[in-house]
Design a protein around this ligand. Structure first.
Ligand SMILES: Nc1nc2c(ncn2[C@@H]2O[C@H](COP(=O)(O)OP(=O)(O)OP(=O)(O)O)[C@@H](O)[C@H]2O)c(=O)[nH]1
Ligand SMILES: [Mg+2]
Length: 195
């Protein structure tokens, strides 16, 4: 009984916030922002485990852009199509795949340098079919290709914030909110982004 009472008292001290919303509506992004601003920040394991998913998403987005060009009769150079075919066969899933990053960089930068590909960005952000849909932050990552593919790359806070990874199950984070600390922290903007 004493245990239940003390648990109840403990719970009264905690303000609980349940985040519900469509996929891609920003629940995890809010979590990550709170982690950066109000806890010890993003830990090294989380950063390390984000490397391959970030690079895989970049690779997949390059393939999507080339497919969208082909489907919309946007003419691209043959070497750009060939680079996309090379990427289509590439899988990045474990540490052993890290030695493919140099090759991936060459192919992705060739695709991203192509002016016609930029036309496909706008189209693919508006596509209904999931297979042709670009990640909302694909341009941010493609503009940072050199940094992402360099040796010893460690994802920055912004990389972690921009990364799109669908959450499975429910996640809980406990944090102390200190308004004074918040005022002195670098200002960040949280914006509602339609799904
Ligand atoms: N450019 C930009 N992107 C944003 C902003 N806020 C959120 N995003 C991006 O929008 C996407 C939101 O995705 P999540 O936070 O993973 O969405 P979620 O609600 O957790 O989705 P599920 O886990 O699938 O239910 C991420 O790619 C974010 O980086 C913003 O202010 N600007
Ligand atoms: Mg999520």
């Amino acid at each position: 009984m004493g245990c239940i009472a003390s648990r109840a008292a403990e719970n009264e001290e905690v303000h609980k916030l349940l985040l519900l919303g469509n996929g891609g509506s920003g629940k995890s992004t809010l979590f990550k922002q709170l982690r950066i601003l109000n806890t010890a920040g993003i830990d090294d394991d989380t950063r390390r485990s984000a490397i391959l998913p970030i690079l895989s998403a970049v690779l997949a987005n390059c393939v999507i852009l080339v497919n969208v060009c082909e489907e919309n009769n946007i003419k691209i150079a043959d070497d750009v199509s060939t680079a996309a075919e090379g990427l289509d066969d590439m899988i990045l899933q474990d540490e052993d795949d890290m030695d493919k990053i140099g090759e991936m960089y060459t192919m992705c930068s060739q695709i991203w340098a192509c002016q016609e590909i930029k036309k496909a960005v706008k189209i693919s952000l508006q596509m209904d079919s999931e297979k042709d849909q670009l990640d909302p932050n694909a341009v941010f990552f493609l503009d940072n290709l050199e940094r992402l593919c360099s040796k010893g790359y460690v994802p920055s806070d912004d990389d972690i914030l921009m990364q799109r990874r669908s959450t499975s199950g429910s996640h809980v984070m406990l944090f102390d909110f200190d308004p004074k600390k918040c005022e002195s922290a670098p200002r960040r903007e949280l914006r509602e982004q339609g799904g």
